[in-house]
Design a protein around this ligand. Structure first.
Ligand SMILES: [Zn+2]
Length: 380
């Protein structure tokens, strides 16, 4: 018989509910969940842990490749100015810095990550990582005539990430944002077969909706600053989301940020992309725009919410627990077990890996973490 591991915390979160403290989690040596039983039936060898036991977190939005930009961009500039600085100060990526950032994610309890990639900087660090990665190879290009060549470049990056595919990796090619992708490029992306999930930066700034409403606002200065020709863009008179979402009708889509999404956007999404996930990166929103999405609206509309850390260019650490704390600080009425489900099971569903991650169901291998007042840490 194989060796079993048994853990008992002050409480146990199973992916959906917080169970009382008399429950013991039983795993096999290869990290597979075997059972959750009452303490009086658990037998010998139970390790007692001070804190809430939880499945490993799933971080559905990260940019590991920007890890070297920690502390470089000032806070509160607003998104267009932030992006200008990212593009100008991007500089050289650093393998050692990427490795340090991802080790910190693992130690703080993150088991799986949806990671945005513009190039191949994270290819080597991902190769032997204990973290599961879905690499979202990001494509952008606002000039319609360049759509095919921009996509071809991104597909060549995707091809390199495909070599990692297997038990611990998958990948897809995705649009960057509605203000950086032309209709022609959206259209090309929408017909790529077996290319899921889709992820997109959505309504991260008021300037995005303003662009679509009447083609005014800070993005026009942004295009001019970088000599980008926006003459082909025609405003729709509405918010940005209805203009592009139909390209990915009925596909699993992860909408990232949603800081300026309206009730009409949410209703439209429920109609056109019922499998959408709403990824919140609260600390990055506070860093860049000093504002949070309307989380009450998303909850009242029954949206499936997930959590992301975004990058070290717009965050002080890559910790899902710190994102949870930021939400609790601003929305103390939301039950902890609900936010924990966003951070675990919902994230696993969004990345299409819930057969293995996100909850303590028998046969899964989600990792085991413990949460205390001081933070979260991996124990297995
Ligand atoms: Zn991002």
């Amino acid at each position: 018989m194989t060796q079993q591991l048994k853990f008992k915390g002050t409480a146990l979160f199973d992916g959906q509910k917080i169970l009382s403290g008399d429950k013991v989690l039983i795993l096999s040596e290869d990290r597979t969940i075997m059972d959750i039983v009452s303490a009086d039936l658990a037998g010998e060898g139970v390790q007692e842990v001070d804190g809430i036991l939880s499945p490993g977190f799933v971080n559905t939005h990260c940019h590991l490749e920007l890890s070297h930009m920690k502390g470089i961009i000032p806070e509160g500039t607003g998104l267009p100015a932030f992006l200008t600085q990212v593009m100008e100060k991007r500089g050289q990526q650093d393998d050692a810095v990427i490795k340090t950032a991802e080790e910190a994610m693992w130690e703080s309890g993150i088991s799986a990550v949806g990671d945005i990639c513009n190039g191949t900087a994270t290819l080597a660090p991902k190769q032997h990582s204990p973290i599961y990665y879905h690499s979202f190879v990001e494509t952008m290009g606002f000039v319609p005539v360049a759509a095919q060549s921009r996509l071809d470049y991104s597909l060549s990056v995707l091809e390199q990430f495909r070599r990692l595919n297997g038990d611990m990796h998958s990948c897809s090619v995705v649009p960057h944002a509605p203000y950086s992708v032309s209709k022609a490029l959206f259209s090309l992306l929408s017909v790529i077969p077996d290319n899921t999930p889709i992820s997109i930066h959505n309504q991260e700034t008021a300037a995005e909706n303003q662009l679509y409403a009447d083609k005014t606002g800070a993005f026009l200065d942004f295009y001019q600053h970088f000599g980008m020709d926006a003459s082909a863009f025609v405003p729709t008179g509405g918010t940005s989301l209805p203009a592009w979402l139909p390209y990915f009708k009925h596909l699993p889509v992860i909408l990232v940020h949603n800081t300026f999404s309206t009730k009409e956007d949410v209703v439209f999404t429920k109609q056109h992309a019922p499998d959408a996930y709403w990824c919140l990166c609260p600390q990055a929103n506070l860093y860049i725009e000093k504002r949070l999405p309307d989380i009450s609206l998303l909850r009242s509309e029954g949206c499936a919410i997930t959590l992301g850390t975004d990058s070290l260019a717009s965050n002080h650490q890559l910790s899902i627990w710190e994102e949870i704390q930021a939400i609790r600080g601003h929305y103390p009425e939301i039950p902890l077990e609900e936010i924990l489900q966003w951070a675990t099971l919902n994230g696993a569903k969004a990345l299409g890996i819930s057969a293995r991650y996100g909850s303590f169901e028998k046969g899964k291998q989600p990792g085991v973490i413990v949460i205390t007042d001081k933070g979260s840490r991996r124990i297995y």
